[in-house]
Write a protein that binds this ligand. Structure first.
Ligand code: OGA
Ligand code: NI
Length: 371
């Protein structure tokens, strides 16, 4: 079906992209068609380079990914202080940690992952109605949000839902996962506020600081579906990137494949069934003036699958109600540590990431906001 190759060996990349886009069936559609060889658009030139630089994993070193147990958060004694200290360490050194005992029932996590899988596996005709590249829509699905700008098309389809700020009409959500998204959102909002409190305290600020500057006003949910890949050595599930928002609350299933970059090495994130992965994003790095870092991460393509993940990013989007200005927090800058970034608003960063060819191996989108 992907026939854009010319006889002389050259090929029309744009035509091949359009052919796949117009099927509105994404990568899942290719897998359903029993494809055994990857279309050229998925083959990454620098893949071998990337893999060879990633030979180290957590098993090769004594470093372990921070895991923070929130179970004792409200107990008497020193435990809150200890948790805040761990969040501070993780924020400064990794921009990344896992949390356990977050109080969201296991059944909700399982139902959310299942609902997302069902969305991507439902009847192609129903799913096709959601296919779009109009980023002003609140709910849509496509393959690779940066399909036409990146040189690295990935083996992944995604459902996007801007859940907050409102008003969200629940009828815009796909009926197959509507109820579970609404229930999940309710729980995730509470966890988000807990995390913002801990992060505020870890920065030496009042507990409500990050909430009061609207860090939890926007919630952008992304449901990723990574079908099994016939030639995983040629492509990525999701290329190395940082997340745009303040904080991402990520739920993954048990398949694995997520890796995080730390001190020049890639670490495999072993799935825990009851954990959330917390990733600090570019906006957090910007408002903390580089005190906290935005963690680079990626997902490998695999023969096994599908793999499903659901990420809720605390971030605003491109809508009119998302125009709040941000800059490094005054309390965190001093004469010795002057602001690194200029004042900006989130939609500027979102539009940049959606429309620019970015290479996270060499730089970060934050460089566009440096003073
Ligand atoms: C993302 C992301 C990781 C995953 O959606 O930004 O990094 O495990 N997802 O799917
Ligand atoms: Ni991410």
């Amino acid at each position: 079906m992907m026939e854009a190759d010319h006889e002389d060996g050259s090929y029309d990349r744009n035509k091949e992209l359009k052919l796949l886009d117009e099927t509105k069936a994404g990568v899942k559609g290719l897998v359903d068609a029993a494809l055994t060889k990857l279309p050229k658009i998925f083959v990454h030139d620098n893949h071998k380079v990337n893999v060879s630089s990633s030979s180290s994993s957590s098993s090769a070193t004594n470093v372990s990914i921070p895991v923070i147990d929130l179970g004792s958060l409200h107990e008497e004694g020193n435990s809150r202080h200890e948790i805040v200290q761990k969040v501070k360490d993780a924020g400064e050194k990794w921009g990344f940690f896992q949390v356990l005992n977050h109080k969201i029932p296991q059944s909700i996590l399982d139902e959310m992952l299942d609902g997302m899988r069902k969305f991507h596996e439902q009847d192609a005709e129903v799913k096709r109605k959601f296919y779009s590249r109009d980023i002003t829509k609140r709910v849509f699905y496509n393959t690779n949000f940066n399909f036409y700008t990146t040189s690295e098309v990935n083996w992944r389809d995604t459902l996007y839902c801007l859940l907050a700020p409102g008003p969200l009409d629940p009828h815009q959500l796909p009926s197959i996962c509507r109820d579970v998204i609404i229930e999940y959102l309710d729980h995730v909002k509470k966890l988000a506020l807990t995390l913002l409190e801990l992060l505020s305290e870890a920065l030496g600020l009042e507990g409500n600081y990050l909430k009061d500057i609207d860090c939890a006003e926007g919630i952008f949910m992304v449901g990723n579906y990574y079908p099994p890949c016939p030639q995983p050595e040629l492509t990525w599930g999701l290329s190395a990137h940082t997340d745009m928002g303040f904080v991402t609350i990520l739920l993954q299933d048990q398949v694995g494949g997520l890796q995080v970059f730390h001190e020049n090495q890639w670490f495999d994130i072993t799935p825990f069934p009851d954990a959330f992965i917390i990733i600090l994003g570019d906006m957090m790095q910007l408002i903390t003036n580089d005190k906290f870092m935005s963690a680079k991460h990626r997902v490998v393509a695999q023969k096994v699958g599908p793999r499903v993940s659901v990420s809720c990013s605390l971030r605003q989007h491109v809508q009119d109600e998302c125009q709040r200005m941000y800059e490094p927090i005054k309390e965190l800058v001093t004469k010795e540590n002057p602001p690194i970034y200029k004042e900006m608003k989130m939609p500027d960063l979102v539009k940049l990431v959606y429309t620019t060819k970015l290479d996270y191996d060499v730089s970060s989108p934050l460089k566009h906001f440096r003073l």
